[in-house]
Design a binder for this molecule. Sequence first.
Ligand code: SAH
Length: 250
Amino acid sequence: MTDFLTDALTLLADESAPLLSRLAMCTEETAARMNITSRKTLCEIVFYHVADSLSLVGDVRGARRVCDVGTGGGFPGLVLAALCPDTQFTLMDATQKKVAAIAKTAETLGLKNVRALCARAEEAGRAAEREQYDVVVSRALAALPMLSELCLPLVRVGGKFVAMKGPRAAEELCEARPILAKFFVGEPVVRREVLSGADFLSLAHAPNEEERAALESFCAMERLTLIFDKKRPTPPKYPRPFSKIARGGV
Ligand code: SAH
């Protein structure tokens, strides 16, 4: 069990806290104008997006290049970029308007280490982005069998793929074993994370009753981070076209 709050709170106690608050406020502003995330209130954004993303700081710190695949409104990528200024982040999403919103937020916050890239992961993984990243991270993009094929081709040999997962992680891992075998990827390190809500309230407006109940269940949700080491190059056959990946099979 890793209490990532110990790490996160150290960060929040220093000069990163105002930057993360501004990130949450920028996201709130953008979410009010366009549909980049279903989480709309500042309080929700602080918990579901900012706090949750903090669990990966230790995985990307020290990396040269990181890619967040299916970054959506910019999570976890923007939070990690704000906290790791010496690492270059590519925030990849298939939807142009989300990518444009992320680029604008990064500019507003003065994050010089963010490249917002509109691309489909399965296409990027066959082209210029293939095996370019020390670490590839992803949250809420797809179940592990599909996610592995979208993300692993982007990881350089010797790098890692970090998947943020919920309570179905063990089942998804079983389902992903055939494709992971094709990628010569062994068992992941599995990290169980805890999120203690009260510690983040200073970053959000005081939640109302309804929000508080939702936050409590969110904080109580089981969250598992799966960390895969990539030891061998991705076979040329992968990633396959999306229709093939979606059909299942290997
Ligand atoms: N990571 C964010 C968003 C998750 S929603 C979060 O946790 O909040 C999934 C996102 O993945 C959407 O924004 C969608 O546009 C993007 N996406 C879906 N398929 C993709 C693909 N094949 N390549 C790149 N992005 C994709």
